[in-house]
Design a protein around this ligand. Structure first.
Ligand code: UN1
Length: 478
């Protein structure tokens, strides 16, 4: 029987209206399931439920919260193959990548189980004799979570887990094309021992459900990962009502390859960073900035390596690159390939759709030699399309790396300690990778960027406490 995915509001499963297809991007003839969507009124009920559950939950025993998060993380880890399979069918990344993502999601829940018992505070002396000062952290309140489709388990995990650990209540709105993964997470959370209303999950469009969430007066904070235009629009609304926000938006991440790099390492970093997960990562290496002396050798090796990669069914273990996640994203990718040609780029690999046994959104990994002014070298594409840019020397490469409105991640491949250290200091990005792909981050350390990529406090690790709590300064006289 086909699965039907529902929303979860105030401890109840809610159908919503309509029956929309949850597409399998690798096999359009065999959908993953169907789902109903909520309207604005039902979304408002979810925020009301979260607000009603807040007073008790915000004062709950941290051990209770730790036990609940540990239950969720442990179940995700125990079922990682099955959840990974659902993820691969719904989003299209390969089964190995999907199981890796499920593992990451489980680890994140378990990390924050521990953090629930480690909420930091400080005690300081006052400038007034006899007075003591105590600085503590309290939950920020009801938290709205708007998540993207490209990591449909891990990104919700790294927002939901800290929100609950620090005593907040949650309304989680997943991206529309991944209702199955959202439902699977909600289903586990619904059995974890949370009081009704502490966690809610609302399916539907950004225009209706997202909008109703953000404009609800009882929402205290909003965390968003997605595109720059959506993030900026949400930011404006949030500013009008002084909502606390955290935004992770786009990237146009550079990977610099210097003449002294180990070329095998550089090619592996570039292939992984630019094309794995079908290039659909905000941390993807979409600008490969290569020092002139090794440019042609690097391009040749990339071409040889890309020719070995198999595009196709993400459940087939011999496949390296799954389909593009949706028809809309495929259209965007193809329009950027046209822009690459129009702007005068030289196609080095790929550039077209791939025929497979099933009808799906398959696209060949595409590499262009481009100029820094070309659209494919400036705008985020969010697909398996990367640009190679030629640099005269290290200084030129660094200038090109920083010549972007974005600042999420920056990578360098080099065997020179001097250049690696200089790059680490001068790359204008929230994360720097040396001899590693720009994408693929650890679950327990801060994640986030600068410039147009991010706004507000960092996510993940102990730094997540900044966003999910508010500080109280108490003065105590005897
Ligand atoms: C990673 O590169 O491991 O949307 C994580 C994204 C990021 C997550 C990337 N927020 O691609």
């Amino acid at each position: 029987m086909e699965q039907h995915f529902r929303s979860y509001v105030g401890g109840q499963w809610v159908d919503g209206s309509g029956s929309h297809t949850d597409e399998n991007p690798a096999d359009l003839a065999t959908p993953v399931g169907r789902y109903g969507v909520l309207d604005a009124a039902a979304t408002a009920q979810a925020v009301d439920a979260a607000a009603a559950a807040l007073p008790a939950w915000s004062l709950s025993n941290p051990q209770q919260r730790a036990d609940i998060l540990d239950f969720v993380g442990s179940e995700i880890l125990a079922r990682k193959e099955e959840l990974g399979r659902l993820l691969a069918r719904e989003e299209g990344k390969t089964l190995a990548e999907s199981i890796g993502e499920a593992t990451r999601a489980g680890q994140i829940f378990r990390f924050f189980a521990g953090e629930a018992l480690r909420i930091p505070g400080e005690k300081l002396a006052s400038t007034r004799p006899g007075v003591e000062i105590e600085i503590t952290r309290e939950p920020v309140g009801t938290v709205g979570i708007i998540a993207p489709w490209n990591f449909p388990l891990a990104i919700p995990a790294w927002k939901i887990a800290p929100a609950l650990a620090y005593g907040n209540t949650v309304v989680f709105k997943p991206a529309e094309i991944v209702p199955g993964c959202a439902w699977a997470l909600a289903e586990i959370l619904s059995r974890a021992g949370l009081p009704d209303g502490v966690f809610n999950m609302v399916l539907g469009s950004g225009r209706t459900v997202g909008q109703a969430l953000v404009s609800h007066p009882k929402l205290d904070a909003l965390t968003f990962t997605g595109s720059v235009p959506t993030g900026r629009a949400l930011l404006k609304q949030a500013a009008e009502r002084a909502l606390k926000v955290q935004m992770e938006m786009g990237g146009k991440n550079p990977l610099v390859v210097l003449a002294d790099a180990d070329l095998d390492t550089a090619v592996e970093c570039a292939v992984n960073g630019a094309f794995f997960s079908t290039g659909q990562r905000c941390t993807a290496s979409s600008r490969l900035i290569v020092e002139s002396a090794v440019h042609d050798a690097f391009v040749e090796r990339m071409q040889a390596r890309l020719a070995q990669l198999k595009v196709g069914d993400p459940l087939d273990p011999s496949v390296h690159i799954g389909p593009v996640a949706s028809g809309a994203q495929l259209e965007t990718d193809l329009s950027y390939i046209r822009a690459g040609h129009e702007d005068g780029g030289e196609l080095l690999a790929g550039g077209a759709r791939v025929d497979c046994a099933t009808e799906g959104h398959f696209l060949a990994p595409t590499l262009f030699a481009a100029q820094p002014s070309h659209r494919i070298a400036r705008e985020e594409i969010f697909g398996p399309v990367a640009a190679v840019l030629r640099a005269d020397d290290y200084e030129h490469a660094l200038a090109l790396a920083n010549d972007t409105p974005f600042g999420l991640c920056a990578g360098i491949c080099t065997t020179s300690l001097r250049h690696a250290s200089h790059f680490r200091r001068h790359a204008q990005a929230g994360m720097v990778m040396v001899n590693l792909p720009t994408a693929g981050v650890d679950p327990h350390v801060p994640f986030g960027g600068r410039k147009a990529s991010s706004y507000g406090p960092r996510e993940q690790g102990r730094y997540a406490v900044e966003f999910y709590t508010t500080v109280k300064t108490a003065y105590i006289a005897p």
